[in-house]
Design a protein around this ligand. Structure first.
Ligand code: GLA
Length: 364
């Protein structure tokens, strides 16, 4: 990562939005985790971002299967804010009109997605420099203190995100946070995957299973209506694995609103709320790569790169085309602070926010 030329750009970015002060530009670095099997994950403390994931296909050939840039300026300047590989927050996903009330007090957040708040605001956790602590060759911990009032959120929120590359070819992400005022918190990672390799065409042939009998339908602005609708008989039924592209062209109002899949699925926790359960599996038939996602979270946003248009060029010089990557963002449901029937996302002083997601890679 080359940092020196970026100081000016970053200063401008920060000056434009007063609430966050990025103090130390030279502290932006890239780190590499490796395991004995040869899997390699690269990360940067800019946004606590995964920049590369190198895994083997069924013939042992390695490829980088996640989107990213070679240079931190790519992450900073990216148009359309795709959030490649970053931790998003303080509230991942949308909050309607950027407003919510806690204990009778109304809060107003930055609105950065038309009239709504998305992924923590104008300078969310994906656009700040985190502190990094290398624990060992498999583990790195990023920490960040989000100030009271940052992007409009109440409370100083102290966050730690720990990435571990296990010897079982898993990326384990542990999220931890505490606050000094009641605040909504919803942390996730926004990695884009293409199991053929980043920039290798579209992902419509990937076979996806989502462990969810229900999903949260949305309005035009992608804010949940509050209903939990059954997926059965709709294009949203991924309870048995099917190619992502199989039903994506169907005439369906929800697909229209999302321009494809861009929806929160309600995971079948089988009474195991807050425990690790299978969220999804994705299999890519030509390379044999398989990714399994496990999480403590109650939901997962399945987004299939509908906003990608081929204008962003990634680290190996290939364009990231429309539906060239997908995200499985494990999370609480969107707009929970305004949805009394959704599991609560409010963290209070004295409580621990603790969550874990595992992406496991193998071949078939
Ligand atoms: C999330 C949202 C999408 C889009 C992407 C980033 O997944 O749900 O609507 O904003 O992030 O492009």
């Amino acid at each position: 990562m080359r940092n020196s030329l970026l100081v000016v750009a970053l200063t401008a970015l920060v000056a434009g939005c007063a609430s966050v002060k990025v103090a130390d530009f030279d502290s932006i670095q890239e780190y590499t985790l490796k395991n004995k099997a040869g899997m390699e994950v690269r990360l940067t403390n800019y946004g606590a971002t995964i920049t590369a994931i190198n895994t083997a296909d069924r013939n042992g050939n390695m490829a980088d299967i996640t989107f990213g840039y070679n240079d931190v300026s790519g992450y900073m300047n990216a148009v359309d804010k795709p959030y490649f590989g970053a931790v998003v927050g303080r509230y991942g996903n949308r909050i309607a009109k950027g407003k919510f009330t806690i204990d009778g007090e109304e809060y107003e957040l930055a609105t950065n997605n038309n009239e709504n708040h998305l992924h923590g605001g104008v300078i969310g956790f994906d656009k700040v420099v985190w502190d990094a602590e290398v624990i060992d060759k498999n583990t790195i911990r990023f920490t960040y203190l989000a100030k009271d009032g940052e992007e409009g959120y109440p409370g100083n929120l102290s966050i730690a995100v720990t990435y571990t590359l296990t010897e079982e070819n898993e990326i384990q992400i542990d999220y931890f946070a505490t606050t000094d005022k009641a605040t909504p918190v919803n942390l996730t990672n926004h990695a884009y995957f293409n199991l053929k390799g980043e920039g290798e065409g579209d992902i419509l042939g990937h076979e996806l299973m989502i462990n969810a009998k229900g999903f949260t339908p949305v309005d035009k602005g992608l804010i949940p209506t509050g209903e939990i609708a059954p997926v059965a008989g709709t294009p949203f039924d991924f309870t048995s694995a099917k190619p992502i592209g199989r039903d994506i062209g169907q005439t369906d109002q929800q697909l229209e609103y999302g321009l494809g899949y861009d929806h929160n699925f309600v995971l079948d926790k089988e009474g195991k709320e807050g425990q690790m359960t299978l969220a999804a599996t994705v299999y890519e038939p030509t390379t044999g790569r398989l990714m399994e996602v496990f999480t403590k979270e109650p939901g997962v946003q399945f987004y299939c790169g509908n906003f990608l248009q081929g204008n962003l060029v990634g680290k190996s010089g290939k364009a990231y085309i429309h539906r060239g990557g997908f995200c499985l963002e494990t999370q609480h449901y969107p707009d929970s602070p305004n949805q009394p029937n959704f599991p609560s996302t409010i963290l209070r002083p004295g409580e621990d926010y603790e969550s874990r997601t595992v992406y496991r890679f193998s071949v078939r």
